[in-house]
Design a protein around this ligand. Structure first.
Ligand code: ARG
Length: 261
């Protein structure tokens, strides 16, 4: 074979090879494509500082929000919060509008009939808010007085026990801040809600001159994260993450950030 013919053949082969390689390179790289992160939809009633509320920018923030974000990191999922009225929050989970709920929600038997709860992540108790100088000194004094509560909460449960569920003296509000503002306005004589929430409201509204009363009859309540009944896969992931975040000090860190030491 003449030298020039050999060289041309080699040249053509080279060119072909190059085009093939370049062609390959421009093809979408299939192997390096990651599977998209799972998205977990989380319902919360974002009017319950310090656990969940909307900041000036309209972002949902708080103790519960940081906690779920950390859980998301642990289980490699993106979390998406859905602001949901508290009295419809269990239904939104049962109806699969969300996958999970966190809302400073007390674990109790009634709720356990509809949803499954994680291990407890916080312990709280009820407290009473009244105006300075109020004759109310203890929970029993609320009998036959006008009391405000947030609809569907355990605060409502304890007040219904004392006054009777049908009592016209119970005023039910959509949110706890609305109930507390009604106390400031004089529409109700007291409000019963979770102590850390009442405490922070008093601190943020010093001119309202409200006082907080504890009562020994209030039982300790444990907050849990809820998932749909039978969703043991997600529940196990959440519990595993909670264990880890408790051990590595993250839960304590979040608690101190929002509730102080
Ligand atoms: N711990 C109380 C309950 O479970 C009150 C929770 C209210 N939470 C809220 N985000 N509004 O009923």
């Amino acid at each position: 074979m003449k030298k020039w013919i050999r060289n041309s053949i080699a040249g053509i082969l080279c060119l072909g090879l190059l085009t093939a390689v370049a062609g390959c390179g421009s093809q979408p790289a299939q192997t390096s494509k990651e599977t998209p992160k799972k998205v977990i939809r989380v319902a919360t009633d974002a009017a319950y500082a310090p656990f969940e509320w909307k900041n000036e920018k309209g972002e949902i923030v708080g103790f519960d929000i940081d906690l779920v974000k950390e859980i998301g990191k642990e289980i490699n999922a993106d979390v998406q919060f859905v602001d949901t009225p508290f009295d419809g929050i269990i239904a939104s989970l049962v109806n699969n509008n969300v996958d999970m709920l966190i809302s400073a929600m007390t674990i109790n038997d009634k709720r356990k009939q509809s949803v499954d709860f994680s291990k407890p992540y916080f312990v709280a108790v009820q407290a009473i808010a009244v105006k300075e100088g109020s004759p109310v000194k203890a929970f029993a004094d609320l009998k036959d007085r006008k009391v405000g509560v947030q609809n569907a909460t355990t605060g409502q449960d304890v007040v219904e026990k004392l006054l009777g569920a049908k009592s016209p003296k119970i005023a039910r509000y959509d949110t706890t801040p609305t109930a507390l503002n009604s106390l400031i306005n004089g529409d109700v004589e007291a409000v019963v809600a979770d102590k850390p929430v009442v405490q922070l409201f008093l601190k943020n509204n010093p001119s309202a001159k409200l006082v907080l009363l504890d009562d020994a009859s209030f039982e300790k309540e444990e907050y849990g994260i809820a998932v749909q009944k039978g969703n043991s896969e997600l529940l196990n992931q959440v519990n595993g993450a909670l264990d880890k975040l408790e051990k590595n000090g993250k839960v304590k860190e979040i608690s101190e950030k929002y509730l102080g030491k």
